[in-house]
Design a protein around this ligand. Structure first.
Ligand code: ADP
Ligand code: MG
Length: 633
């Protein structure tokens, strides 16, 4: 190809790619413009997750009619004149590219009126071309409509995720900005429904309540730090209130939301040993520094900044968070997981040589979730035992003592004595011989160890069953079988459980309600972003429904499947993970026997739905070797 200067619209579309990646990035640019325009009220209205329509209505200063056509051009801005201005910048925008970018990849209509003009003015930009520009009646402020985003860049459309994911991002974004700008009245409308609304009265707790519900809002710890040239203010979650991802760790530098690994790391250090590994706090920190000490022009979406003195900021954030935690966190609530809860509650049941008298139905599991008061997102205590199970299967301990279990019945392979220990009994093919068809031995129950593993004797030695993984598998198959056979049954809760969720999780739940209902959950809306669990699948005889639903929603949110919704299998696996008996729960003899029996009935009894082994095997052969009865002197 010969070298040519690109046509303007092509250059614009390419440039737009940097700024506008998805609906949420358009929303971000436009609300930042509204904030820069001094708006007191910002309404964001989306349809089809912003793919069809994004409408932002503000009551800011408006754009003068004679500047409108300039405003939609590239590199057109009222916010700076020289590159030097960048280091005194107090506005969120400064590159003058958002309107041009949005206009080049959509049909954009801007209606605007300044305080001193008699009428409003409207400009229409279609795929980068101005198609109309004329006076209209309009209220003060600016309304920008972005229709059919990426209609002329189909390649971009293909990269968009499912509506849930795209919408989640917008909901998360508005929640973030609502908190950062508490003096602005925010309203987010999804289709026709208001999913977030704030009063603009400057009260942070009220906004936290609008996002998280009152129960959780009350728990946040306020932090403050005032040092020479650096002030930090904000809210952090107490140690009992955590998430499974970093999505809600938010930092604003001079009012600008930034993603900053170093700040995350600094906060995580402050929480270290106080919360479980793999859990993350909810953070909203507003950091103010002299604009001269921060370079805001280092990232295409302005989502990163460079500090002149990063250690200072990072250190300050750490001090602020740590101080907040130490001085305000009630120490007894610290959530250090106890791997082995009390053995006292129950003496091991007497040895039953026949293994008879097994009740046919599953007795009531004493779920850890029950103790949760329903403030669902206090997820750390809920999931702590779950995390234990994750680590509790010693897949390959260093000392290679035990013989692996070969999944053929009665295979006494004496040549494998050096093989790794505690071979998990799984259906997944191992690097050694491919596993034959599922085989599950008839097991005789012996007892429980560590309130976590059930001990059983099989035809060829000893079996250790991970009670959580096993129960997960049992529930999973029961749940999906019932769905497939049309035999799902539900049981009404004596008292409906109320779940209050942040907007982005509420929409994730809403989206998956049909699946949950097919699986036996009866859930109804109960106010903005609140739901009521009325009935649960009968297979979960006990358990805290609200906590389970909230935890499931977190899983759904993390799933992030591109372009497609979740399947029953996926949702069932999430649900069963939360409803299954936990490691560390003492089970009665009957419960343990029932669990073994139910596991025998499973089609894939050897792994939990996530692929972890449900059991490991110590063969007679191995025991004989270890006791020096065979193959040794
Ligand atoms: P930037 O924000 O970097 O200046 P934009 O392309 O986002 O660039 O906007 C171009 C200009 O249009 C802004 O500098 C501002 O003067 C004007 N503008 C955009 N949105 C609004 C709004 N909602 N209210 C008032 N003026 C606006
Ligand atoms: Mg802008």
């Amino acid at each position: 190809m010969t070298i040519q200067v690109l046509a303007d619209e092509v250059a614009s579309q390419i440039a737009a790619g940097e700024v506008i990646e998805r609906p949420a990035s358009v929303v971000k640019e436009l609300i930042e413009n509204a904030i820069d325009a001094g708006a007191q009220k910002i309404v964001v209205h989306i349809e089809s997750a912003g793919k069809k329509l994004i409408e932002i209505i503000d009551d800011g200063c408006g754009i003068p009619a004679d500047e409108l056509e300039t405003a939609v051009k590239r590199h057109a801005t009222s916010k700076l004149r020289t590159a030097d201005d960048l280091f005194h910048i107090r506005t969120l925008g400064f590159r003058g590219e958002a309107l041009a970018a949005a206009g080049s990849v959509s049909r954009m209509t801007i209606t605007t009126r300044t305080a001193d003009s008699e009428t409003g003015h409207r400009i229409v930009v279609d795929g980068g071309f101005v198609t109309s520009n004329k006076p209209v009646g309009a209220p003060f402020g600016t309304t920008i409509m972005i229709e059919d985003l990426f209609y002329n860049v189909p390649a971009r459309l293909k990269f968009l995720k499912s509506d849930t994911t795209e919408r989640n991002q917008i909901e998360t974004l508005i929640s973030r900005y609502a908190l950062a700008y508490p003096d602005i009245r925010w309203q987010l409308i999804n289709e026709t429904k208001t999913v977030l609304q704030t009063t603009g009265n400057g009260n942070y707790r009220e906004i936290l309540a609008a996002i998280y519900g009152l129960d959780i809002a009350k728990q946040f710890i306020e932090v403050e730090l005032d040092e020479e040239g650096l002030t930090i203010f904000g809210f952090i979650s107490p140690v009992g209130l955590t998430r499974s991802n970093r999505k809600e760790m938010n930092y604003f530098v001079n009012g600008r939301w930034v993603q900053e690994q170093a700040l995350n790391a600094s906060v995580q250090r402050a929480y270290q040993t106080l919360i479980m590994v793999g859990r993350f706090p909810i953070i909203a920190l507003f950091i103010s520094v002299d604009p001269e000490d921060v370079d805001v022009n280092v990232h295409p979406a302005k989502a990163e900044v460079r500090f002149r003195n990063p250690d200072r900021i990072i250190g300050g954030v750490h001090r602020a968070v740590r101080r907040g935690l130490v001085t305000q966190s009630p120490v007894p609530e610290l959530n250090t997981p106890t791997a082995w809860p009390s053995y006292k509650q129950e003496t091991p049941p007497p040895f039953d040589p026949n293994g008879q008298g097994i009740p046919s139905s599953l007795p009531l599991w004493r779920s850890n979730l029950e103790n949760d008061p329903g403030t669902v997102t206090t997820a750390a205590p809920v999931s702590a035992p779950e995390e234990n199970t994750d680590n509790s299967v010693p897949a390959r301990p260093a000392a290679a003592v035990y013989q692996p279990f070969m999944p053929q019945p009665g295979a006494h392979d004496t040549n494998k004595a050096q093989a790794p220990a505690f071979q998990p009994v799984t259906n997944t093919p191992s690097p050694t011989p491919p596993a034959p068809a599922p085989f599950f031995p008839i097991l005789r129950w012996i007892g429980q160890i560590g309130s976590t593993y059930i001990l059983a004797e099989g035809p060829d030695g000893l079996y250790l069953i991970d009670q959580h993984a096993a129960h997960e598998r049992i529930l999973y198959e029961k749940m999906l079988d019932a769905e497939a056979n049309g035999t799902v049954t539900s049981q009404a809760l004596l008292e409906p459980a109320v779940v209050q969720l942040p907007p982005w999780q509420a929409s994730a739940l809403e989206e998956n309600m049909p699946i949950l209902s097919r699986l036996g959950f009866e859930i109804e809306e109960f106010g903005p972003n609140a739901f009521r669990v009325i009935a649960m699948p009968t297979i979960f005889e006990k358990g805290a429904p609200a906590a389970a639903i909230a935890a499931v929603v977190e899983d759904i949110e993390n799933d992030n499947v591109p372009m497609q919704g979740l399947t029953s299998e996926k949702v069932a696996s999430y649900v069963c993970k939360r409803m299954a008996v936990k490691a560390g729960q003492t089970l009665t003899a009957d419960e343990q026997r029932a669990l073994i029996q139910d596991l025998e009935k499973c089609r894939s009894p050897r792994t939990c739905p996530h692929g972890r082994p449900t059991m490991i095997h110590l063969s007679i052969d191995l025991l004989e070797k270890q006791f020096g009865r065979k193959g040794a002197f």
